[in-house]
Design a protein around this ligand. Structure first.
Ligand SMILES: *Cc1c(COP(=O)(O)O)cnc(C)c1O
Length: 355
């Protein structure tokens, strides 16, 4: 049990008005959770303080060597007023897997959950209530030693900030266009692709910019060695429905193991749909499309939940899916997962944790 010290803000901000669309990741709540780590001492001084700038030395290791881990999950306001978290233990386990890979000290699971609940509770009034809205939770750890030289740091900060977010697609699910990247790569097996860390994102920006210039909103990554096997999309995992079977790339060490990905696989199994985690090549996708068997494509991630893909571009080939519209499985998964998250649909999986 953490003994969390609480210092409340004396200048609370105005809550965002229900009429304004909440742009993802632009508004932050009144408070943040913060806890220090020092080698030999462990994690100490857990506290909730007013949301404020950090004071770090310019030599802080995170700025130079990128030793940092982050997570992303959401809190939802149910119609009956309860505040709900969706599978937070999956995020906590993954955070510690990322920490191990990045030589960052682990955070005891029960302390992590306690911190999540405590910060969400304090800023509960910030959870928007309209359909599709939620409070995005961003836990992260940074290396703070004042030191130029490459080694794991001795000092860290664990911080949790909160941001109210609107419906990702206010007009309903909106299919995206995806660029299949065959020059740049995001990650390779043995690298840090399966850890949630900033380094993977900076590696992705060049291709993202290129895709945007071509009119595509997201990049689909191929494997770093053969530029052939499908990996994932931007900040989402990817699924295909080919001739009645749902397929997604198997977790191979360079793909981020998404919580939404896992939930989609569980639901498909529950519904009796054939679902396979396998190696899928871009040639398989191209062939399925040519034969008219590529029935649906969708991305999965906490931010958008389910993101239908209406078009894929690979070299000079443009592959349209569902005529650029939304497939029935994508829609059903979206409705079911958001229904569970908002407490409307009862789930048999113990996916909901009340704050
Ligand atoms: C966070 C993330 C995902 C999606 O994971 P969820 O747990 O479903 O939100 C997928 N790919 C990458 C690279 C990510 O960082």
């Amino acid at each position: 049990m953490l003994n969390i010290r609480i210092e409340k803000t004396v200048t609370p901000k105005e809550l965002p008005s229900a009429d304004n669309p909440l742009l993802f990741g632009t508004i932050f709540t009144d408070h943040m959770f913060i806890m220090n780590y020092e080698n030999g001492k462990g994690w100490f001084d857990p506290r909730i303080v007013p949301y404020q700038p950090l004071s770090l030395e310019p030599s802080a290791m995170v700025f130079h060597y990128g030793q940092e881990m982050f997570e992303g999950l959401k809190a939802y306001k149910a119609e009956d007023g309860r505040t709900l978290l969706f599978r937070p233990n999956k995020n906590i386990e993954r955070a510690n897997r990322s920490n191990r890979r990045l030589c960052i000290p682990e955070i005891p699971e029960e302390d992590f959950l306690q911190a999540l609940k405590a910060i969400v509770k304090i800023d509960e009034a910030w959870i928007p209530t309209q359909e599709g809205t939620s409070l995005y939770i961003r836990p992260f750890v940074i290396a703070t030693d004042s030191f130029l030289g490459v080694r794991p740091a001795n000092n860290y900060l664990f911080i949790i900030i909160l941001s109210p977010v609107g419906a990702y697609y206010p007009e309903g699910l909106d299919p995206i266009k995806i660029w299949i990247e065959d020059e740049y790569v995001r990650a390779v097996k043995g690298g840090i692709g399966e850890a949630k860390t900033g380094g993977n994102y900076v590696a992705s920006m060049k291709a993202q910019v290129k895709a945007r210039e071509e009119g595509y909103s997201q990049v689909l990554w191929l494997d770093g060695i053969h530029r052939k096997y499908i990996e994932e999309v931007g900040a989402m995992n990817i699924f295909f429905k080919i001739d009645g079977t749902i397929v997604t790339p198997e977790l191979n060490g360079s793909i981020l193991p998404g919580v939404t990905r896992d939930s989609v696989i569980e639901l498909c199994k529950e519904w009796g749909l054939p679902v396979k985690e396998i190696k899928i090549s871009i040639d398989d996708i191209y062939e399925a499309h040519s034969k008219g068997l590529l029935e649906e494509v969708f991305g999965t991630g906490t931010a958008a939940v389910i993101s239908p893909v209406g078009q894929l571009r690979w070299k000079d080939h443009i592959m349209k899916v569902q005529d650029g519209g939304i497939g029935p499985i994508s829609q059903k998964l979206y409705d079911t997962i958001t229904g569970i998250q908002m407490g409307r649909i009862k789930n048999n999986h113990n996916w909901i944790v009340e704050v």
